[in-house]
Every structure is written in structure tokens, then in C-alpha cells.
Design a protein around this ligand. Structure first.
Ligand code: FAD
Length: 499
């Protein structure tokens, strides 16, 4: 009997992880990627002697990466090294307040107390609540398929269902945070976590207040080779396991025979497969690759609100800023107006919250001596045909003015080079519908249940992984989507290569 074959469409982080898991499970695996490089959003940019991680900059839950090496019988540290951060993020407020978000809960609570007067106990209690939400949701909502009966027949699922009110799904994040803290700056700090999956804290359920637990319990990390080394090390492992990557190969169609998957079609050929796993945005999977099968399209899922997008200026900066760290946030004076602009007016607020990531703080060869590589990002709406060139020009001016004011000198002449990523280019470079970076938004309490399943209930042999399906976007959840897919796929019969 020939070896069972799995085809994966897209070499995003979930696609690579799924490839590894299925190769270990005994499949012959081929990955088809439209770009000339792997990683999708998790890629890198080189510009005039500066190196930038193109997308993700914050690494949490690296154990899910290690797990892939261990699964393949390898020692993780031989492939992928990372270090834990003592300060997760530096916060700068318009009133001049500066605050270090220490990973250690006690230190963090004391720092908040010193800088804002908010009782340290409020922070400690808040993070304990965050931990409780994690313990209720973790196994049920994140690590398993929500779309198969077995999940609901387990004792821990039933226990979680009984504790459902404790995950606080009926208040918004902002409402819950305003109840937990007196100081507006602290509320703003914790509201910010809604942006970790492209949502709005004034709409998203307080269940998302689970996110700080990940940073302050499991920690935040810096990969020694930069974020792109996550992609590089996993591709290396996949190749060692025999996975074949086909770059510059756009998949045009998923080929079906009745209700069974037959393979995929590229411009050049038809490739037969026993199972097919799109890692690409679920919207394009249906609208492009299954366009001849409209009866299969899950209209409700595809019609959901998209997550926000991002505008990033990659700036080579001819100076060292000692007051900055790896992750830095410069808050807006009016967070509510900022989110109203993104979500109601679909534009960019004149005073956006600015995030600066500087990987050269930890990896010096990312910038020439005496210089820094600034990844300057603001949250922006998904692409609905706005006049982006005009919006970008306005945002650049406002960001430069804001940073110059806070950092004590005009930064504009320090910018040696620039390149930009915006919702349009996110869409074209990674095939993410409307340039949304996390698939659909989590702006309502049912969002977790409405994300697309990891297995098709209508087509045998069709599975889905990646940030636009269950359990959601961000590197850790993408890696979990690959794990769920591998658990759902049948174990192929033993295969012995012919001599
Ligand atoms: P994607 O990265 O979406 O890749 C999909 C791949 O499929 C692409 O390479 C695409 O070319 C390919 N493809 C699509 N269609 C086809 C086709 N028809 N044929 C062949 N190939 C196809 N996450 C974090 O954890 N921490 C962060 O700090 C963070 N920050 C972010 C900042 C930015 C600016 C962005 C954009 C994202 C950020 N994220 C972050 C989110 C994270 O990057 C994503 O959730 C994750 O990388 C998505 O991975 P994926 O597996 O869904 O695949």
C-alpha cells in the first residue's frame, strides 16, 4: 500500500507545525506555498543593513514550539534558543508616567503601585482571576476541537461548563477592568490586551482578560535568532523529517470527488492527496479554492466581523535610545476615541497608541553599530478600500511628532531608511482577507464558538489550521490548531519503503 499523503496549503507557522506533526504520524507531507519564502506573517525584512521581524514580535508559550522538536525525538535547544524577559514591556503615558511591566507578578504589582498609586493587591488579585479564567478555558477552548462530541463528554469540559460564569463572558474587558482598578492608566494597560487578537476592549468579552496570565505566569521571551528563527528552526526540522516544501507555488483549487478530497490543483499540475489542510485564511480557502462548491460555504462563519489590521513603519534609526527596551508602548490620551476610530469610523485616530519593537536591543547585529531597528506599529482597521496612502501619510506625521515629544528630540532626521506594511500589503503578502491579522475579531462572547472548525463536516479528508480557524490567531494558538488537526486525522497504516 502506498504511503498516505498529506498536502498542506501555505507555509505559515501552523502549516509548518502541522507538516511536522503529520510527518511524525507517518504521512508523506508536501507543503505548497505561494511566496518564495516560508513563515507567512512570521517572516523577516532586510533593509540597508537593518533586519526586521516582519510580523510577530512577542513570543509567548515557547513550550508549544519545543514540543514539536521533542515529538520528533530531537533536543529543542539544538534548533531553537530563547531567553525569558525580565521586563515584558515599557509603558509611556501622555502625562509623563513611565512604567515597567515586570514579568514577575509581585514586582509588577509594586511597580504599578509606585507609578500610579493603584494598590498592588488589586493587580495581584486581577492576575489571580486571569489565572482562573485560563484554568477553565485552557483545555476546553484552546487545546481541543470545539466541534466534536468527545470534547463535551469529558469531565474537565463539563466542569468548565459549570464554571462558565466565572470566565466573565457577559461584561466587556473594559467594564471588568474599570471595576478592578481605580486608576485609568492601569485600566488602559489591561484593556490593551484586546489588541493581542485584533479586538476592541470596549466590545470584547472580559474572558480575554485571560491574556495577561500568559505573560505574567508563563512569561514573555526573545528568540536568540529573532522571531524569524521560529520559522527557520521549524522548517529545518520539517525538512529533516522528509517534508517537501514547494515555494512560489500558488494552489488554485482543492479537488473533490463527491464528498471526498482528491488533491489540489496548481497552475502546473494536479497533485493527489489523502488529506488536504489549508493553512491559509479560511475566507480565501472557500472563495478561491472551493469556489465551485458554494453549497459547502459556511455563510455565517465567513460573514463574521474581521479582526483589526496593522500599519507598520520599519525604520532604521541612526541612534541608540537607552530609555527604550525590546517592547515599548506609547499610549494615546483617549483610548475610547482611538478604538471608536478603528471600529466605528474605520480610520486612524490622530493620537494613536504606538508600539515600538527593537530587536537590536537583544540581537545587536539586527542594526549597524550605534543604530537601532525600529518596528513601529499602530492598530488600524481592516481594509475596506480606505484611502490608505493619505491615512499613512497622516499617521507617519502624527507618530513622529508624538515620539519626538516623548523622547525629547526630533526623531525624523534619525530615520535612515523606511519600508511599510499596511492592510493592503498584509492581504497581498499573506492572503489574509482585508489584511486582518487574526482572522475574525473576538468582539462578542460567541466568537470562540463561531470560528471555523479544524475538520470539515462535509468533505472527508479536509482539515484546517492557522490563525483564521479554531482556536484563533497568534503563534501559540496557531500551533495549537496544528496539534488539534494532527489529533483529528486518522493514523495511516504502517508503511515500509521499497528497497
Ligand atoms: P499565515 O502567516 O497567515 O500564512 C499563511 C500562508 O499561506 C502564507 O505564507 C501565504 O502565502 C500562504 N497561502 C495563502 N494562500 C495560498 C495559496 N492559495 N497557495 C499557496 N499558499 C498560500 N502573533 C503573536 O503570537 N505575537 C505577536 O507579537 C504578533 N504580532 C503580529 C504582528 C503583525 C504585524 C502581524 C501581521 C501578525 C502578528 N501576530 C502575532 C499574529 C501571527 O503572526 C499570526 O497569527 C500567525 O503568524 C499566522 O500564522 P498562520 O499559520 O495562520 O499563517
Amino acid at each position: 500500500m502506498p504511503q498516505q499523503k498529506a498536502v498542506i496549503i501555505g507555509a505559515g507557522i501552523a502549516g509548518i507545525a502541522a507538516a511536522i506533526r503529520l510527518a511524525v504520524k507517518g504521512y508523506s507531507v508536501e507543503v505548497f506555498e505561494a511566496n518564495s519564502y516560508p513563515g507567512g506573517k512570521l517572516s523577516e525584512i532586510e533593509l540597508n543593513g537593518y533586519r526586521f521581524d516582519a510580523g510577530p514580535s512577542l513570543l509567548t508559550m515557547p513550550q508549544y514550539i519545543d514540543e514539536l522538536f521533542t515529538l520528533a525525538g530531537k533536543i529543542p535547544a539544538n534548533y531553537f534558543k530563547y531567553q525569558k524577559l525580565d521586563v515584558v514591556c515599557k509603558y509611556f503615558y501622555p502625562d509623563g508616567t513611565k512604567l515597567n511591566a515586570y514579568a514577575d507578578t509581585k514586582k509588577f504589582a509594586e511597580e504599578i503601585n509606585t507609578q500610579t498609586g493603584e494598590p498592588a493587591a488589586s493587580v495581584v488579585n486581577y492576575l489571580a482571576n486571569s489565572r482562573d479564567i485560563y484554568s477553565i478555558t485552557n483545555h476546553v477552548f484552546l487545546e481541543r476541537s470545539l466541534h466534536r462530541l468527545q470534547t463535551y463528554m469529558r469531565w474537565d469540559t463539563l466542569r468548565s461548563i459549570f464554571r462558565f460564569p466565572q470566565i466573565d463572558p457577559f461584561r466587556t474587558m473594559h467594564k471588568a477592568n474599570s471595576k478592578s482598578f481605580k486608576d485609568k492608566r492601569v485600566v488602559q494597560l489591561f484593556d490593551r490586551y484586546a489588541t493581542y487578537n485584533g479586538s476592541n476592549p470596549y466590545q470584547a468579552p472580559a474572558t480575554l482578560n485571560v491574556i495577561p496570565h500568559l505573560e505574567h505566569h508563563f512569561g514573555a521571551y526573545f528568540p536568540k535568532g529573532g522571531m524569524y528563527s521560529v520559522t527557520q528552526s521549524l522548517v529545518k526540522l520539517a525538512e529533516e523529517l522528509g517534508v517537501k516544501f514547494h515555494y512560489n507555488t500558488n494552489v488554485d483549487e482543492i479537488v473533490l470527488e463527491g464528498i471526498k478530497v482528491k488533491g489540489i490543483k496548481t497552475k502546473a499540475e494536479l497533485i493527489a492527496a489523502d488529506i488536504v489542510i489549508p493553512n491559509m485564511d479560511i475566507w480565501f480557502t472557500y472563495k478561491k479554492l472551493l469556489k465551485n462548491h458554494p453549497q459547502l460555504h459556511p455563510q455565517k462563519t465567513l460573514g463574521q466581523e474581521r479582526s483589526s489590521s496593522a500599519l507598520i513603519f520599519y525604520w532604521g534609526i541612526k541612534k541608540n535610545f537607552h530609555q527604550l527596551d525590546l517592547h515599548n508602548i506609547f499610549f494615546s490620551a483617549d483610548y475610547k476615541s482611538e478604538f471608536d476610530h478603528i471600529w466605528q469610523q474605520h480610520g486612524i485616530y490622530h493620537d494613536p497608541t504606538v508600539y515600538i519593537n527593537i530587536s537590536s536591543k537583544y540581537k545587536q547585529d539586527d542594526a549597524p553599530a550605534g543604530c537601532e531597528n525600529w518596528f513601529v506599529m499602530i492598530n488600524v482597521p481592516a481594509n475596506n478600500g480606505q484611502d490608505w496612502d493619505k491615512l499613512i501619510a497622516g499617521a507617519r506625521k502624527n507618530i513622529q511628532q508624538k515620539l519626538s515629544g516623548i523622547l525629547g528630540g526630533d526623531i525624523t532626521p534619525l530615520i535612515a531608511c523606511e519600508t511599510i506594511l499596511d492592510p493592503r500589503s498584509i492581504e497581498t503578502k499573506t492572503s489574509s482577507y482585508k489584511g486582518s491579522i487574526y482572522g475574525t475579531s473576538s468582539n462578542n462572547q460567541f466568537a470562540a464558538f463561531l470560528r471555523h472548525a479544524n475538520r470539515s463536516s462535509k468533505v472527508e479528508g479536509l482539515y484546517f489550521c492557522g490563525g483564521s480557524v479554531h482556536p484563533g490567531g497568534g503563534i501559540p494558538l496557531c500551533l495549537l490548531s496544528a496539534k488539534i488537526v494532527a489529533d483529528l486525522t486518522p493514523t495511516p497504516p504502517p508503511f515500509f519503503a521499497e528497497k
